[in-house]
Design a protein around this ligand. Structure first.
Ligand SMILES: C[S@@+](CC[C@H](N)C(=O)[O-])C[C@H]1O[C@@H](n2cnc3c(N)ncnc32)[C@H](O)[C@@H]1O
Length: 212
């Protein structure tokens, strides 16, 4: 068998995602044009699938950008009979942009918007949550874990993006705060027996961790 090319696999995974709403396509086009790091269609659809699988009603997102990942979770909530997804981002322009997209998609009633630092917002928000999704600045991943662990219900899912960090985790000379943050977080969660953890090499690598 010939060697698998990473990009070929990723393109194939995206090709398997069913047709999606025009608004999601527009958000993808904006990300492409502006080089904004959204999770993209394969991971978005995966988040939607996971939310459906656990029949999620309460979801907390850390680092929501302009609401692309939020839209996938909200889409699942519609099908699980309603609930809430918390959108958190500290940038006003992104928060407003997210609101516009999510209103247009008919998801406004399902989303609670927070324009603030995400970990502190999670700390101050009543849980427990069925799903917590983490996509904040990578250097801050390790310090987010204890708060996430406290706020996620037993049997809930933690989904964390960028766990391959564009391949930088394989470069031993890369000691940037972001790369060290991804390493440290991975070590913490995989060495804690309260979690059942796997890393899916989809796009930039997503960890899905089940809290016992
Ligand atoms: C990777 S982007 C989010 C993409 C989004 N999850 C999606 O897939 O559509 C991360 C966003 O969260 C913001 N952010 C990073 N760290 C944050 C923090 N600690 N609190 C709040 N926002 C944060 C960044 O400024 C950026 O807008």
């Amino acid at each position: 068998m010939s060697e698998l090319d990473y990009q070929t696999v990723q393109d194939y995974l995206v090709s398997l995602v069913p047709p999606r709403e025009a608004e999601l396509l527009e958000m993808e086009a904006y990300a492409e044009k502006n080089d904004f790091p959204i999770i993209g269609p394969a991971c978005g659809y995966y988040c939607y699938q996971l939310a459906r699988m656990v029949n999620a009603k309460s979801i907390f997102e850390l680092g929501s950008g302009y609401g692309y990942s939020t839209a996938w979770f909200a889409k699942a909530l519609v099908e699980t009979g309603g609930g809430v997804v918390h959108h958190t981002v500290w940038d006003e322009e992104l928060s407003n942009r997210a609101r516009r997209h999510l209103v247009k998609m008919g998801f406004a009633d399902l989303v609670q918007f927070h324009m603030a630092e995400a970990v502190e917002t999670l700390r101050q928000t009543d849980g427990p949550f069925d799903i917590i999704f983490n996509d904040i600045d990578k250097h801050a991943y390790p310090e987010s874990l204890p708060v996430i662990k406290e706020k996620l219900r037993s049997g809930g899912l933690l989904i964390i993006d960028n766990m391959l960090w564009h391949g930088r985790i394989f470069d031993k000379k890369d000691v940037s705060p972001a790369t060290l943050g991804v390493h440290e977080f991975t070590k913490q969660i995989t060495s804690d027996s309260d979690w059942i953890v796997s890393l899916t090499p989809m796009r930039d690598g997503m960890i899905v961790a089940y809290k016992r």
